[in-house]
Design a protein around this ligand. Sequence first.
Ligand SMILES: [Zn+2]
Length: 367
Amino acid sequence: MKHLLFLLLLPLLSACSFRRIPVYVWQGWDDSTTAATLERDFREWQSHGVTGVCYNAGFDVERHRTAAKIAKNLGLEYHAWIPSLTQSGMDSTWYTVNRLGESAYDKPVYVPYYTTLDPHNPKVVAWLCDQYGRIADIPEVDFVQLDYIRYADVILARGLWDKYGLVMNEEYPKADYCYCDSCVADFRRLSGVDIRTVPDPSKVKDWATFRCNNVTRCVNAICEAIHARGKKVSADVFPGPASHAEWMVRQQWQNWNVDAFFPMNYNDFYLQPAEWVGEVTDEAVKAVAHRDAPIYSGLFICRDWKNKASVVDPEHSGLVPLEIRTAVLGSLKAGARGISLFTPRDMTPEHWAALEEALEEARRGGL
Ligand SMILES: [Zn+2]
């Protein structure tokens, strides 16, 4: 009898005293992935407090079906995390063209995978709606998650300048997109300006806005297609929007009809301390305060944390265990609904312990 009473009261007790703070992870399918490794990994992450997975298997329907089923069986939320505008092997006319007239199709900037499609091209938008739609049709998929939903970085994060041997005090012509015939003609029709004849296009504010609007229209078309299927959309965005995303990659993401934002608040990319995570989260929360769309603060984890001082590449740097508390509590105090970890495989036992302590402190503090 006592047991029965306890069981009856349990849901009530847990609802009152224990709010689960959403914790997501970003991870992708690799050559060794099987249903068994997925189940093992998902269970392990869940044991550390993870509540949802952002899983990248490209536009492969069967892989997402497998991963999403396992996630849902365990009670995890499933975001099908898929790069949007970085695609290879599509029609050559679908790619962005830079200020020098070079196409990302065969001359991508920075790295070989920066083969970026043109969000202004209606064929690109229709193709993305169709691809994401096929993923959203999988019953166990809760969200499709848009990544690389942006132009190439016309200015790189400060911490990456040395890596690519660049000083980026102004917009970088090789990474400044898109000057294809269609974009140029459309902008001339709207503004009367032939942007190819302007000596410094970075000074033309309307030209920047035109490209921000191209991304926004592309995103909102995808949202419409996914919402029509009764599913939701999340998006991985640059920090900001005004402080970084807008002028680095043309994301005015406060205007997007997505249901959850995952700003990549990767402080080491910007040569900033862990305290900065709370500051940019505050900006993000205020930017979407007019909408019911949660912010999940994206944190970049340093696996080789004992040697962080000697790590020069920000893409191998990130938060050490001692910084986890500052980043997590800073995000939650600023109004983030939860956090997301890039990546769970970089989380050492010390990181997990620090995360569990920070989440417990947040719960005690009513965050
Ligand atoms: Zn174009």
